[in-house]
Design a protein around this ligand. Structure first.
Ligand SMILES: *Cc1c(COP(=O)(O)O)cnc(C)c1O
Ligand SMILES: [Zn+2]
Length: 418
């Protein structure tokens, strides 16, 4: 067994170190799951092994295998996740009055950013000889894990809140998972999954407490760094929505690694965006205590009342010199429509949240007019068509008669005659 580029699992609270080959989720020295562990690497070994060219040609995240915490002899379970496009977005830029690019992670294999982590989870679970893998999810992690479990031949059991969007419940069923729709909130589904892990010893992929999960999410940071090198410009800001906070933490860790290794000459500031109704990380970052644990937002992927990774997320904001903002649900829906109608990119509400955040940050003077911004669309829009119906005016119902079309477009027919 060789994983000599991974040195330890280090507790983010007390600094205690653990053997990365031991199956451990959080530091036992603290209450509950507070002692989140961080995977540490020997970057001399990583750098020696990493010989890929940073030319912007990225077929999948496994281009960065030297950075990923898997055993050399493990067989990788992949659907070619990652390697997503970074699009110029002139129409969106004009609307936001700041130069904006879109990292389109909705086009991952199961339609969401989380595939980067699921590929690592299933690869590791399989290498460990596990047969059953589980997670709790607002929807996307469940759909993602189910797909990769199917690909890797593992049994998958998932805990989701009963009111998750239909598309996100259909997906894991098709991938053959047991879908346990918990009659309660995401936070309650999470607690139940943890209890079941303790009771049955299943491999738990819950992102915040499985220290290897965030590691897959780093590859979006690696890609953004590589794409910056290939384009010859580093963005001033990189913007993600925040639920548990793992995504932004992983993305920052990945970018920072490439910066620390001198692969890229500059690093962006991270802007984290939460919904007004689920603002725990934002509140913690700005030092507001005693906030209510509520999760009221139509952006279901970030409807998290008690985030599991507040510490790592706040660290990403702080280290990068960034900050966080809050946005209203209505602004999220408008942003979803704005991205779709200006650039042809269909994102789900949590994927549109960064765009609403840019608007807020522009108005507050946090983002300057001459800066460059990358927003990450984290999930594909077809997973949640209900919110799209709310975001748009809906369809025009017409009888199958030309008169009905004339009523709508009569002026244009007259113009064509001229
Ligand atoms: C999970 C998810 C997020 C938030 O990620 P966290 O790690 O929970 O902060 C954002 N967007 C989409 C589409 C997601 O599925
Ligand atoms: Zn500890």
């Amino acid at each position: 067994m060789t994983m000599d580029h991974v040195t330890t699992l280090e507790c983010t609270l007390c600094g205690a170190e653990y053997d990365p080959d031991q199956v451990i989720y959080t530091c036992p020295e603290h209450d509950g799951v507070e002692g989140i562990l961080e995977v540490k690497y020997d970057y001399d070994v990583v750098h020696d092994r990493f010989d890929a060219e940073l030319d912007g040609n990225i077929t999948s995240q496994w281009k960065y295998e030297a950075f990923l915490p898997v055993h050399e002899e493990a067989s990788v379970v992949t659907l070619n996740e990652g390697g997503t496009d970074l699009f110029d977005a002139p129409g969106l830029s004009e609307a936001l009055s700041v130069r904006t690019l879109v990292k389109d992670d909705g086009r991952n294999p199961t339609g969401c950013f989380k595939d980067r982590a699921s590929s690592i989870a299933v690869t590791k679970a399989k290498h460990d000889g596990r047969e059953i893998i589980i997670c709790a999810s607002t929807g996307n992690a469940a759909a993602s894990l189910s797909g990769y479990a199917a690909r890797g031949g593992l049994d998958c059991r998932i805990f989701v809140p009963g009111d998750a969007p239909a598309g996100k419940l259909a997906q894991p069923l098709v991938y053959g998972a047991d879908v346990l729709a918990v009659d309660g909130s995401y936070d309650e589904a999470y607690d139940l999954s943890m209890e079941a892990t303790g009771e049955y010893g299943w491999y738990n992929r819950n992102a915040a407490i499985n220290p290897f999960q965030v590691e897959g999410k780093r590859t979006v940071g690696h890609e953004l760094a590589e794409q910056s090198v290939a384009r010859g410009e580093v963005p001033d800001w990189v913007v993600f929505s925040m639920g548990d906070g793992c995504t932004i933490a992983g993305a920052w860790k990945g970018f920072r690694e490439f910066y620390d290794l001198d692969y890229v000459e500059d690093a962006p500031k991270m802007l984290g965006v939460q919904a007004e109704g689920a603002s725990a990380i934002h509140d913690a970052f700005h030092g507001h205590d005693d906030v209510e644990e509520i999760a009221q937002t139509l952006a279901d992927s970030i409807a998290v009342g008690r985030p599991r990774n507040t510490l790592k997320a706040c660290r990403a904001l702080e280290e990068s010199g960034g900050t966080s903002v809050l946005v209203e649900d209505e602004a999220i829906l408008e942003a979803e429509l704005l991205l779709g109608s200006t650039e042809g990119i269909y994102t789900e509400p949590a994927g549109a949240t960064p765009i609403a955040g840019v608007q807020t940050a522009r108005e507050a003077g946090i983002i300057g007019a001459d800066e460059t911004v990358v927003v990450c669309s984290t999930g594909f829009g077809l997973k949640d068509t209900e919110s799209a119906k709310q975001a748009t005016g809906g369809v025009n119902r017409v009888e199958p008669r030309i008169e009905e079309i004339n009523e709508l477009y009569g002026d244009e027919a007259a113009a064509a005659d001229d």
